[in-house]
Ligand binder design. Structure first.
Ligand code: UDP
Length: 395
């Protein structure tokens, strides 16, 4: 194919060489990893803000913004490409923001060329399961067709490295027992059009790896949670449907009491088990995936989780512990489509990326999420969280 941008296929080779250099130097010099990385960054000029540009589609969203921060702290220039349909301008703090749609192939070609983008992390997409049931066409357009436009733009520009936001939703309940952890080769049985579109996008990317020598990693997130410990960025969905923000609101805010969706599952306390992973751990995994020494043509789907399932009631107890006060909740009926248990086997990501969840205890997740929920968040336009006074504070 005719190239439209002034790019070379050097990323894969450079990332591979950098990985080798790191390993050899670590072995040969016995330097601690942190010191070695600092030396390499100075050597590469990345500490002076001249680092390679990485296009972060959806970088104004929850996981995208945390990943942009991680990229910047390692010396890359994150170029955020986002249509701000659900992301926040205020979340883009570590590099330029380009407003645009992923379906717009020509625009992408221009942006990739102008910023000399070397790799792409593709977060932009729709995530609400219920909405995907009501409007599957929209999800196929945004999550699959637009991803196809992005792949074409990358190929036209000779960008050969992609990290794709996938999801544990590709597994559904499959044929597993209720407490089994899930490895990457587990049966795929998406329970919603959302899961179908993530699975289909993975197939499409894998085929392009085989055909065109693209290198791609699909990161299948389990339950992303928590917030940046510095409080600058965090989760801000509208409407909020996720357990941890709602449980925090039930303990501290003036929000509604939490409804626990079912206590009749085949799990130890009857409530659903999920694998909650801190968003900063997810961001670190994206960085590792961008740099991993995978060869051209490799497509690698990897689970990101802790390997430990936590029940809804365990989450509520963690919120009460961290908040120092009870959370108001009641037990309601099951939510349609909720599998009893979704717990990752993260062994393959740990092995191939040299990565491991390091900040994902429930208490650390909840403490960081709570700090974010009580702060100014993204200011005007974002859902504001008002703290309900403790009974002792009411005159
Ligand atoms: N959940 C709940 N009440 C709520 C929201 C969620 O009991 O108001 C449960 C839900 O059934 C699931 C777990 O909390 O077992 C995590 O749900 P969430 O929506 O946060 O993430 P999901 O697992 O659906 O991606």
């Amino acid at each position: 194919m005719q190239r439209d941008c002034d790019q070379r296929d050097r990323w894969g080779q450079s990332a591979h060489n950098l990985g080798l250099l790191r390993t050899r130097l670590k072995q040969g010099l016995g330097l601690p990893a942190r010191e070695l990385d600092a030396t390499l960054r100075i050597y590469c000029g990345m500490d002076q803000g001249r680092g390679p540009a990485v296009l972060v589609t959806g970088g104004a969203g929850y996981i995208g913004a945390h990943t942009a921060k991680a990229l910047h702290s390692r010396g890359y220039t994150p170029v955020v490409y986002d249509n701000l349909s659900s992301g926040f301008r205020a979340a883009v703090q570590w590099g330029p923001l380009v407003e645009g749609d992923v379906a717009d192939e020509e625009r992408l070609v221009g942006v990739i060329g102008a910023h000399r983008v070397q790799a792409v992390i593709h977060f932009a997409g729709l995530i609400e399961v219920g909405r995907s049931v009501a409007n599957p066409d929209l999800f196929w357009q945004v999550n699959v067709a637009a991803t196809c436009s992005l792949l074409t733009a990358m190929r036209r520009c000779g960008v050969g490295r992609l990290v794709f936001s996938s999801s544990a939703a590709v597994y559904g309940q499959g044929g597993r027992g209720p407490m089994e952890t899930i490895a990457e080769d587990a049966e795929k049985a998406p329970a919603s059009p959302y899961g179908d579109t993530k699975h289909a996008a993975e197939w499409m990317i894998a085929a392009q790896c085989r055909a065109y020598g693209l290198t791609a990693v699909a990161l299948r997130y389990f339950n992303a949670a928590g917030a940046d410990p510095g409080g600058a960025i965090g989760e801000a969905h509208e409407p909020e449907t996720h357990l941890i923000p709602l449980a925090i609101s039930a303990a501290l805010g003036d929000g509604k009491p939490l409804t626990v969706f079912g206590q009749d599952f085949d799990t130890p306390d009857g409530t659903c088990l999920r694998d909650y992973i801190h968003v900063t751990d997810l961001a670190a995994a994206h960085l590792a995936a961008v740099e991993a020494p995978f060869a051209p043509g490799v497509f690698e789907p990897l689970n990101l989780g802790t390997g430990h399932g936590r029940s809804v009631l365990e989450v509520v107890k963690a919120v009460e512990r961290v908040a120092g006060r009870p959370a108001r909740y009641s037990i309601g009926p099951r939510r349609e489509g909720d599998p009893p248990s979704l717990v990752a086997n993260p062994a393959r990501a740990e092995k191939l990326l040299g990565w491991r969840a390091a900040h994902s205890s429930l208490d650390e997740i909840v403490a960081d999420a709570m700090r974010w929920e009580r702060g100014p968040r993204y200011g005007a336009g974002a859902r504001q969280f008002r703290v309900r006074p403790r009974p002792s504070e009411v005159a």
